[in-house]
Design a protein around this ligand. Structure first.
Ligand code: 3HC
Length: 693
């Protein structure tokens, strides 16, 4: 066996040159892999005892892409293009054997092999779009030539991997094998020394001829993806590269792809998206809870509450085959809740994601109950009852007497003191918060609230479980609103002041929307319902919200709130009456209204969020700034191309944020703007939030 580099070795077995890549955990195309592949293919090609070259990866996956950590650094070693050229131009068949995920540069490398075989569980994708870049090693030119233009666009602009069945049906792979090595070897022997011209993807043109005939294909595609890709640069660049496959030669197309790739990779948007990729993974790490902390199995869930939250939360568990005992007060609420769950699952059937049999199977995992005692055997119990401390305490007191020893007790509270809730039990170390976001079956964020006494085992167990049920967990300390809502409250407070002092809800919403969030604070309030937490018995027109609710304007569900809503399309339009009402209210409060520029509106909405984020860090309620960013991207739709509020603050310059806070404090004579000590310190030390990650 010849060691080519520390990441690649070469071995001739039964007349086949086996190039083995080992660069755990995901066999990324680091320098050692590129150098090794280049040299290995060269040596194997020159070795008369080898009739074919088999590329195989050690571990759980084939190459999962370029090494993202190398981006932004000066290039080193062999370029991926030279590796690909060596493979494609080899005089003997090169075969890639694929397991796990062939992603990005990995799939691009596979596409430069003459043949590809894979195991059934393998996935294939070009997800570069999620990093704000495009497939930059020939992917935009080769993939359309294999699977066709529209499917290639879907794979590259959507960034979602496809499975082995799709890959086989669409020519991405040549065969599905049972055993990666044995199957790969058998395939290699089959094609070795056949003397046929070796297939090169770059020469395929069948799909391009078909696409050329469809003159509206790209217009249609652009329209289809416009809403989803708003604000991102990579999708349009990918489309342009694919258009090139129809108008340029392969080599010219590669050159144009390179230019667009370089432009994107240097952009701040891509930097933000790459930062975010690592931020999400970093959020899983808890400094004082090492990776080898023992965990306990969770094979059953008890869910208290079958309403919107309880139903949604429980869906995540049955989707993973975990049985759920779901408890309600009354049969009617139980029936209604489970009917909603079923209809939510059935939407997946309509979209072809699951079959009706699978829905039946998931529904069969529910055990409906009207009795808390039925939770006695559950490994974990989550309550999603009314958000009032007394009610939560009552539930936990009862649970303490019912749950088996060793059961995890979780509250889905979105803001309450988890320590206080835990204190009513005799086992506070088994208690923590699991704050799901609505709709809980869809939203990826899970704030895992670590209470004072929560044990490390419980924390590690819930972090692992979150990943299993498809959530992105972020640890939060106990504070009102935890990380996400605590920051949201600050933005809301300022947004309300803005409309009192001079602007209108739609102006604020437009600015926030243009910044990249899916909606502004007032549209969001309308969606949530203006009467959440509003009590008609005590309402005395003290806020604009009070007045709106008193007038029956309670948000989208009543067809009107800050906006009017079209009953069919739910499209929103500003309302003259609301404008009048706001003007009257300001006058009544004796406020002299003034103009706000878009820039000031943005600063007044976003900078309090940054300041509050800094306070959260100061108090140790978040482990690191990037965790706050993960919360805002996943829970509130903060655009990934702006990294998150803390990353964004760094891009604005912390000294600029601080100066504005002080300016507003002076102007408004309001302590709301008091800069956090953490922000002051970072500025005086010349540091950024990123330095704290
Ligand atoms: N480069 C560097 N590190 C990577 C990496 C990559 N491409 N992909 C994953 N990692 C690291 C992660 O940061 C993580 O590190 P950590 O343990 O220190 O936190 C570790 O590998 C394991 O990753 P995950 O926790 O994500 O493991 P999973 O098993 O959940 O997922 C995966 C594996 C599906 C491969 C997922 O890691 C992933 O999606 N990776 C990124 C794939 C990608 O985007 N590829 C394209 C890269 S860009 C490119 O190829 C450009 C080309 O066109 C020129």
């Amino acid at each position: 066996m010849a060691v080519i580099t520390d990441m690649v070795d070469l071995n001739i077995q039964d007349g086949i040159a086996v190039l083995k890549i080992k660069n755990p955990p995901v066999n990324a195309l680091s320098k050692g892999v590129r150098d090794g592949l280049y040299e290995g293919v060269k040596q194997a090609n020159a070795d008369d005892s080898a009739k074919a070259i088999l590329i195989i990866c050690v571990g759980r996956t084939y190459i999962a892409g370029a090494d993202i950590k190398e981006f932004g650094r000066p290039p080193q070693g062999t370029s991926l293009f030279d590796v690909h050229k060596e493979m494609e131009n080899a005089s003997k068949p090169v075969i890639s054997t694929i397991q796990g995920t062939a992603l990005g540069g990995g799939l691009e490398t596979a596409l430069c092999s003459h043949y590809r075989v894979a195991v059934t569980s393998a996935k294939f994708g070009l997800p570069e779009v999620h990093l704000g870049i495009l497939p930059g090693a020939g992917g935009t030119q080769r993939l359309p030539r294999v699977v066709g233009v529209e499917k290639a666009l879907n794979m590259m602009v959507g960034g979602k991997p496809v499975n082995a069945k799709f890959a086989l049906e669409n020519g991405l792979i040549d065969e599905i094998v049972d055993d990666l090595f044995e199957g790969g070897m058998a395939f290699a022997k089959k094609v070795a020394g056949k003397g046929e011209v070796l297939p090169k993807v770059r020469d395929y043109d069948e799909h391009l001829v078909v696409a050329k005939a469809d003159t509206e294909l790209f217009d249609r595609y652009r329209k289809k993806i416009a809403r989803k890709t708003r604000g991102f640069d990579a999708p349009e660049a990918i489309i342009q590269c694919v258009e090139d496959t129809l108008r340029l030669s392969f080599d010219e197309g590669i050159k144009a792809e390179r230019n667009r790739f370089m432009k994107l990779v240097k952009s701040q948007k891509s930097e933000a998206q790459r930062y975010y990729f690592f931020a999400e993974r970093l959020a899983n790490k808890i400094p004082d809870v090492p990776k080898d902390t023992p965990t306990i199995p969770v094979n059953s869930l008890g869910m208290i509450g079958a309403g919107t939250m309880g139903g949604g939360i429980s869906m995540n568990f049955v989707s993973q085959g975990i049985p759920v005992v779901i408890v309600e007060h009354e049969q009617e609420a139980l029936d209604r809740g489970l009917a909603v769950v079923r209809s939510n699952f059935m939407r997946g059937v309509k979209r072809g994601r699951v079959t009706e049999e699978q829905v039946d199977q998931m529904m069969s995992l529910y055990k409906p109950s009207l009795n808390l005692e039925d939770l006695a055997d559950c490994d974990m119990i989550i309550e999603a009852v009314f958000e009032l401390m007394d009610i939560k305490k009552e539930v936990f007191t009862k649970l303490d007497g019912i749950a088996k020893e060793g059961a995890i007790l979780a509250t889905n509270s979105s803001a309450l003191d988890v320590d206080e809730i835990a204190s009513v039990t005799k086992r506070p170390e088994w208690v923590l918060g699991t704050h799901f976001f609505s709709p809980a079956n869809i939203m990826r964020l899970l704030e895992v609230v670590r209470a004072e006494k929560t044990s490390k085992t419980i924390l590690a167990t819930v972090m692992g479980l979150s990943k299993k049920i498809g959530k992105v967990p972020v640890v939060s300390g106990v504070c009102p609103g935890f990380i996400g809502n605590r920051i949201l409250f600050k933005r809301g407070e300022q947004a309300n002041k803005l409309i009192l002092e001079g602007t209108m809800p739609w102006n604020v919403d437009d600015v926030v929307y243009d910044f990249g969030l899916p909606m502004g604070p007032f549209a969001m309030a309308d969606l949530a319902g203006l009467d959440v937490g509003w009590d008609p018995r005590i309402s005395k027109s003290q806020t604009i919200r009070d007045v709106l609710c008193e007038n029956g304007r309670r948000g989208q569900k009543t067809g009107k709130g800050y906006y009017n809503y079209d009953p069919e399309t739910r499209a929103k339009t500003p309302d003259e009456g609301v404008k009048e009402l706001i003007l009257e209210f300001s006058e009544k409060m004796g406020i002299t209204r003034r103009e706000f520029s878009k820039e000031e509106i943005l600063q007044r909405c976003i900078y309090p969020m940054i300041n509050e984020g800094a306070r959260i860090l100061e108090e140790g309620m978040s482990q690191r700034p990037s965790d706050i960013d993960v919360v805002w991207v996943n829970g509130y739709g903060w655009p990934t191309y702006r990294g998150g509020p803390m990353f964004y603050a760094d891009t604005v310059g912390l000294e600029n944020v601080l100066a504005k806070l002080k300016e507003f404090q002076e102007k408004d004579q309001d302590d709301f703007w008091q800069p956090s000590a953490m922000l002051e310190k970072l500025v005086s030390d010349g540091k950024n939030f990123r330095d704290l990650n």
